[in-house]
Ligand binder design. Structure first.
Ligand code: NAD
Length: 497
């Protein structure tokens, strides 16, 4: 299926629900345990039942971990050139099947096909980036007082549990798989039960790419059964997790007695966008509206980095609100440039917050409380882009991660007030700063409690830069050498002749 039309018509001709299987030891298989239950997964844009997903039980999770352990013995000893070739082959195959992956991602997650393509391209880059990174890695050596030569020796850290959420399924799972296997580790990966399809396809692709059996195993299932068993297993050496802060806490608790287990936790956010008066001047107004809108509404607001709290200099507050609403209404059109939210449960969660907004007498500058929906067959999970003003700073609307197409706009008085409002959050993942004042960019940027600050842009990424959050947004960073720190064990040698 090399074109969108062919892929879509092939996919639509399949009888549903489609049964998905695990990818373990190089084979696609249903979990062998007879007590395996199945999870129904629905298409967000229609509410139709689409997939039947096995909920892998602990015993079968352990078997997959056993295969990863066996594969680790040989994979950890392969040369960097050999691993690099495997990663390159995977990225080439993904490139060949880009359209197929993008169509399935769009169907399964609810996102637009344009957005899905961007994410598949990023998944391809994840493999191609780490395929070359490992070839150029350097280790520093130093002489200590002419007595000893000191250097760092790194070795693969073992078998990893790689767990990802539903918002950018393939992209986030490959952001973990690629560095994990590049640095010589092996994996048992688990995608979200809400969006398992591209992970299932990836298993087929890894087999086709000739990756040795057991290096990557993909088990499907929910969090409380499959995810919890994977994380808690004493046979797993490390966990790289992306998902909600509550789940991050559960993982911390369940592994508290396993000090040796490495944890990399990429968690939730409630990110601020700060708009200073000069950014609304004639030269940069267009950019300000574009950046603030995409930060708020890209992927239906279902990106951990989305700027869902906009703070605007009081001097241009009225102007910004008046211009932002029509801009968003024109740019983000349901079913065209904006998709459906990922699940019925998520629709209900977002609707709950919008009901709260109505109860708290917030102003709906754009959007309204969506209709109540109790059943999947009532249609897809569509929520208009929603802009709220007159929301108290202590409201749950300003505090909680809604993770949908909902943004609040609040005025600030001066720079200090802007920084204090931005930092008034349990989270510290990302922030966006809009101003033409270079001195202010640094002055404010360096005081924001956020792992990633974008100034006059958003979501620009270079895969070597540290990715991760402060405060309750996570522990550790990933990307380039930061991923190397997650997946390798380091020992320092002091050699005297
Ligand atoms: P979630 O925490 O509910 O689930 C994430 C994954 O963890 C899923 O695969 C789920 O099955 C699994 N899981 C759930 N309970 C588990 C447990 N007890 N043990 C092990 N695994 C378990 O998150 P979600 O609703 O799928 O995703 C949305 C969240 O992800 C948001 O909070 C968002 O901000 C966050 N996110 C963070 C980043 C980042 O890089 N910081 C990126 C994307 C999404």
């Amino acid at each position: 299926c090399d074109t969108l039309e062919k892929a879509e018509s092939f996919i639509r001709s399949l009888p549903t629900p489609i049964s998905l299987a695990n990818y373990v030891a190089g084979e696609l298989e249903l979990p062998p345990s007879p007590e395996t239950k199945f999870i129904d997964s629905y298409e967000p844009k229609t509410g139709n039942l689409l997939f039947r997903i096995p909920c892998t039980q602990e015993a079968d999770v352990e078997k997959a971990i056993g295969h990863a352990r066996t594969a680790f013995r040989t994979w950890s000893k392969t040369t960097r050139a050999e691993r690099s070739r495997h990663l390159r082959r995977i990225s080439e195959l993904l490139q060949e099947h880009r359209e197929l992956f993008a169509v399935w991602e769009s169907i399964d997650q609810g996102k637009t096909i344009a957005r899905a393509r961007v994410e598949v391209d990023r998944a391809i880059s994840n493999f191609s980036y780490f395929s070359t990174y490992i070839l150029h890695e350097q280790t520093a050596a130093r002489m200590v007082d002419g007595v000893a030569l000191t250097y760092e020796h790194r070795s693969p850290a073992g078998v990893f549990a790689l767990i990802s959420p539903w918002n950018m399924p393939l992209y986030l799972l490959t952001w973990k798989i690629a560095p994990c296997i590049a640095f010589g580790c092996t994996a048992v990966a688990k995608p979200s039960e809400i969006t398992s399809m591209t992970a299932y396809l990836l298993g087929i692709l890894l087999r086709k790419a000739g990756l040795p059996p057991g290096v990557v195993n993909i088990v499907l299932g929910d969090g409380p059964t499959t995810g919890a068993a994977l994380v808690a297993s004493p046979s797993v050496d490390g966990v790289s997790f992306t998902g909600g802060t509550q789940t991050g806490m559960a993982i911390r608790l369940s592994t508290a007695r396993q000090i040796r287990k490495r944890l990399s936790l990429e968690l939730g956010g409630k990110n601020p966008t700060l708009i200073f008066a000069d950014a609304m001047g004639p030269a940069t107004r267009g950019r300000t509206l574009r950046v603030a809108a995409s930060a708020a509404f890209e992927n239906q607001g279902e990106i951990c980095l989305c700027g869902s709290r906009i703070y605007v200099d009081r001097a241009v507050y009225e102007q910004f609100v008046a211009e932002f609403a029509p801009y968003v209404a024109e740019k983000y059109v349901l079913g065209e440039t904006m998709g459906a939210v990922a699940s019925l449960q998520h629709y209900q969660k977002i609707r709950g917050y919008l009901k709260l907004a109505a109860d708290e007498r917030a102003t709906f500058v754009l959007g309204s409380v969506p209709a109540a929906m109790e059943r999947h067959d009532e249609g897809g999970y569509w929520i208009q882009p929603t802009i709220l003003t007159d929301v108290s700073k202590d409201s749950a609307l300003q505090k909680d991660e809604i993770f949908g197409p909902v943004v609040t706009i609040t005025p600030f008085e001066d720079e200090e007030d802007a920084i204090s409002l931005a930092n008034d959050s349990q989270y510290g993942l990302a922030a966006v700063l809009l101003t033409n004042d270079a001195a202010r960019l640094r002055r404010v940027g360096e005081r924001l409690e956020a792992g990633m600050v974008w100034a006059n842009c958003w979501l620009v990424r270079e895969l070597g830069t540290p990715f991760g959050g402060m405060k309750d947004s996570g522990t550790g960073r990933e990307g380039g050498e930061y991923s190397r720190d997650v997946f390798t064990e380091v020992r320092t040698l002091h050699l005297a002749a």
